[in-house]
Design a protein around this ligand. Structure first.
Ligand SMILES: C[S@@+](CC[C@H](N)C(=O)[O-])C[C@H]1O[C@@H](n2cnc3c(N)ncnc32)[C@H](O)[C@@H]1O
Length: 274
């Protein structure tokens, strides 16, 4: 399940990093942040070897694509694309990440996007928001590049009674349920590694920080049960069930999704400027 685990992966030398990070990003990317890139390479291997994961993610991507309105003028940009799979479900998307892998279109940092004011129709984030130490700083930059009718659409972990226990016990990233959330509008360089799986639930469902939502409307917020994902072992662990059980697990997930606060594990959130 772990997708960006710092603790289990080896350290990176500055030499390694400077060979792979373009010069304009070297002042942003720290050795620690470079762990994302190591994880991306590992995820790629897991993805190719695990059709179960591919089937589960197809469902996630469809939920996100459903929140995209093709009538809104501008580019569709994915932030933190990782191994770049979202693009196979939405060909017109511009795939970006901190690291310039061959399958991506642009290398960039989401706090300083290389897009002109008001030129982007959608920003898509797949398991990226909970890696943003300063969500407000990202939202400020998002507002700059989005058109007035633009949208942010994200898919994130959702923290319910069940998923709190599972993510808390089995995932290397902290849920950080009670940790303070940085409310700064600017994040100083260089960036470091950060993970707080609970942030989307806290900000968009529990609405803990009104400041974060100032200037934004939540036009969509769905949390759903996802035992099919939790039991799949994600990218780093062995699946606890065979592919042929997926349909039946999804059948149960659909029913359990009526009680998201008890059984939810993933969410899709859509924001648009107020
Ligand atoms: C958990 S991975 C998700 C990757 C991909 N979206 C997926 O679902 O497979 C988080 C991604 O966010 C990216 N990321 C982290 N901080 C970022 C930042 N400040 N700007 C852009 N991308 C960032 C990482 O490089 C990493 O690829």
């Amino acid at each position: 399940m772990s997708r960006c685990c710092v603790s289990t992966i080896g350290s990176v030398t500055s030499q390694h990093r400077s060979a792979l990070v373009p010069p304009f990003l070297t002042s942003i990317v720290t050795d620690l942040l470079y762990q994302h890139q190591i994880e991306i390479q590992r995820n790629l291997i897991a993805w190719r070897a695990k059709p179960l994961l591919q089937r589960i993610y197809r469902g996630f991507y469809l939920r996100v694509v459903h929140q995209i309105d093709p009538a809104i003028p501008g580019s569709i940009v994915e932030i933190g694309s990782g191994i770049g799979n979202f693009k196979s479900h939405l060909k017109s998307a511009i795939a970006t990440d901190l690291f310039p892998n061959t399958w991506l279109d642009v290398a960039c940092d989401c706090y300083e996007l290389p897009f002109r004011n008001g030129t982007v129709s959608h920003l898509v984030l797949f398991d990226v928001f909970h890696h943003l130490r300063a969500p407000n700083a990202f939202l400020r930059e998002a507002r700059r590049v989005l058109t007035d009718s633009g949208r942010i659409v994200m898919c994130e972990p959702y923290i319910s009674i069940c998923s709190f226990l599972i993510y808390g016990a089995l995932h290397d990233e902290p849920v950080a349920w009670r940790s303070p959330i940085n409310q700064a509008l600017w994040l100083s360089r260089p960036r470091d590694y950060y993970a707080a799986q609970g942030n989307a639930t806290r900000l968009f469902f529990r609405k803990e920080l009104a400041a974060c939502l100032k200037g934004w409307i939540i036009f969509h917020a769905e949390a759903f049960s996802c035992f099919c994902y939790l039991l799949s072992g994600g990218f780093s662990k062995k699946a606890l069930y065979p592919l042929r059980w997926l349909d039946i697990l999804q059948w149960y997930d659909k029913r359990l999704s009526y009680w998201p606060k008890c059984f939810g594990a993933r969410c899709v959130v859509g924001l648009c400027p107020d």
